[in-house]
Write a protein that binds this ligand. Structure first.
Ligand code: NAD
Length: 519
């Protein structure tokens, strides 16, 4: 293959890719049903109640069962992490970077196996899964480069007298809890963990209960790359029980969380009681696109379609609100509706399928409630139904890509749904469009389609979101990549101020120390 798999691959000859993916799927399916552990102190922990990982396209297909870590084991997990941190924090930064780079190479080497499992576990299409795996490897490399470029984050400072020598040194916090969501099960677990590990912290990863199998792959890549025992541990279990207990544990020095705003806000409150601890939050979105009358309408329709319905709308950067200038509203809607109706929804392990299921039954119910409201208060132009597919997919969590005309003030235009559901409404002036796009508690990504350079610049200056795109056919609001688009949630979408994928990421996981030595 002569191209790189990112989330923006559009036109390429994918035949070799599909053949290789087919082989990896067959191999993954041949090993289904295993009982897999949590990983504590470098050893398999098998004493817990089992957590089942099932295929959302075929819920009857049990992929693997995982031993949960009981909350009563957390004291030991944290103690191990603290002990391991002494050695890891003192390890030369070059060695930390070398191990992470080696892990990146292992992830790349294992990309087919990891992507096939991901498609089975969270229902991503082939390209989305391969992109997620490549992103994980690229994040390791990009973040290792930050440590190398900054020479371990130690730099000389000014002197107040001739016989003093002062350095500013970034030092680890200690033990980080990393809590990751289901939708980028490798890239986000890997990216947050890499930031903490490169900074000299040890990590206790609590992956999404919907994606334990992907976390298993991450664990092996890191350990096979030479990470010492106890530096990276994986505990499996539910968020409300195990995740909450982990975050509350007094031996945890900081938390990196990516997930929903509701959970993130709870964690933030928790981390600010007693002693203050760092809490990096990357949260949800309700991302808008503005389509102006001078836009390349075909590009706008393609870009909006891909961002609204790729991964069945389950991206934090997914497009969920479109503001279209009155003169082109009907043409835009006709185009988007036609594409939504033609999109192939089905088993994401098949090459011919554009998008797979939503993650679980509760997402289907959320979809049905949203559609009921949309029928009552707006016009459903495409989709709106649960899809009952045949044969082994009959019990899958499939819903149709849905396009709805709704007024800006409607609840469904404000709250994150995390579904293939996009609301469209019209605007008259650019000023109005910017006001509507910004009138939202979230501020993650936003896009505009216009041929006018001044319009684009006004959007760049005034849009209240951390990631902005203009005229992006491959995705109006989605598709950020490490070292290209920093991914930083503004407003209710995050509380880090420095994004994943961006140049300032690793240093957040370290605290500054001034060291003055008198001669
Ligand atoms: P979620 O908030 O339900 O769960 C995320 C993680 O938190 C899971 O591991 C879960 O087990 C854990 N958790 C749940 N309750 C907890 C608690 N009380 N204490 C501690 N941990 C708890 O999110 P999800 O459904 O897995 O993922 C979707 C959400 O993530 C969406 O809101 C999406 O926008 C957001 N997201 C944001 C980004 C970003 O970079 N900003 C990226 C991906 C996903």
């Amino acid at each position: 293959m002569s191209f790189r798999i990112t989330y923006s691959v559009l036109d390429a000859d994918l035949s070799a890719l599909h053949a290789r993916f087919d082989e990896a799927l067959a191999a993954a399916r041949a090993g289904l049903g295993a009982e897999l552990p949590s990983w504590i102190a470098g050893e398999a922990y098998r004493g817990g109640v089992l957590l089942e990982s099932r295929n959302p396209a075929r819920p009857d297909e049990l992929l693997a069962s995982f031993h949960r870590t009981p909350a009563t084991e957390l004291d030991r997990v944290v103690r191990v992490a603290r002990e391991a941190q002494r050695g890891w924090g003192a390890t030369d930064w070059r060695e930390r970077a070398r191990i992470l780079r080696r892990a990146a190479d292992l992830i790349s080497e294992r990309r087919w196996e990891l992507a096939a499992r991901m498609t089975l576990e969270v229902g991503k299409s082939r390209l989305e899964s391969l992109g997620d795996v490549e992103e994980a490897a690229d994040l390791f490399r990009y973040y290792a480069g930050q440590l190398e470029d900054a020479e371990g984050f130690s730099r000389p400072m000014a002197r107040l007298s001739p016989n003093e020598d002062t350095r500013s040194v970034l030092r680890p916090y200690g033990v980080f809890a990393v809590i990751s969501p289901f939708n980028f099960p490798l890239a986000l677990a890997a990216g947050m963990s890499a930031g903490a590990l490169l900074g000299g912290n040890t990590v206790i990863l609590k992956p999404s209960e919907e994606a334990p199998w992907c976390a298993e792959g991450l664990y092996h890549a890191l350990v096979d790359a030479g990470l010492p025992p106890g530096v990276f541990q994986v505990v499996h279990g539910d968020g409300e029980s195990l995740g909450a207990a982990l975050v509350r544990h007094p031996g945890v020095d900081g938390v990196s969380f990516t997930g929903s705003k509701a959970v993130g806000m709870d964690l933030h409150r928790e981390l600010s009681t007693g002693r203050v601890r760092p809490c990096f939050l990357e949260l949800g979105g309700k991302n808008p696109a503005i389509v102006c009358r001078d836009a390349d309408l075909e590009a706008a329709i393609e870009g909006c379609f891909r961002s609204a319905f790729g991964l069945s709308g389950q991206k934090c950067s997914a497009l969920s609100r479109v503001y279209v200038q009155e003169a082109v509203l009907n043409d835009f809607l006709d185009g988007l509706v036609a594409k939504a109706r033609a999109a192939v929804v089905g088993d994401p392990s098949l090459a011919s399928v554009f998008t797979g299921p939503v993650i679980n039954e509760s997402s289907v119910r959320r979809f049905e409630r949203a559609v009921d409201e949309a029928r009552r208060d707006g016009v459903v132009r495409a989709g709106g139904e649960r899809l009952r597919l045949d044969g082994p997919l009959a019990r899958g969590h499939f819903v149709a890509p849905t396009v709805v005309e709704l007024s800006h003030s409607h609840r469904l235009m404000r709250e994150e749904l995390f579904l293939p559901f996009v609301g469209v409404t019209s605007f008259r002036t650019l000023e109005e469009a910017l006001r509507l796009a910004n009138d939202c508690e979230y501020g993650l990504t936003a896009g505009i389609f216009s041929r006018d350079a001044d319009t684009v610049e006004r959007f760049m200056a005034q849009a209240e979101a951390g990631v902005l795109y203009a005229n992006r056919r491959t995705g109006a609001t989605t598709g950020a990549w490490p070292g290209v688009q920093s991914f930083c949630g503004w407003k209710g979408s995050g509380a880090s101020g420095k994004g994943g994928c961006g140049p300032y990421y690793v240093s957040q996981f370290m605290r500054e120390q001034a060291q003055t030595r008198m001669g």
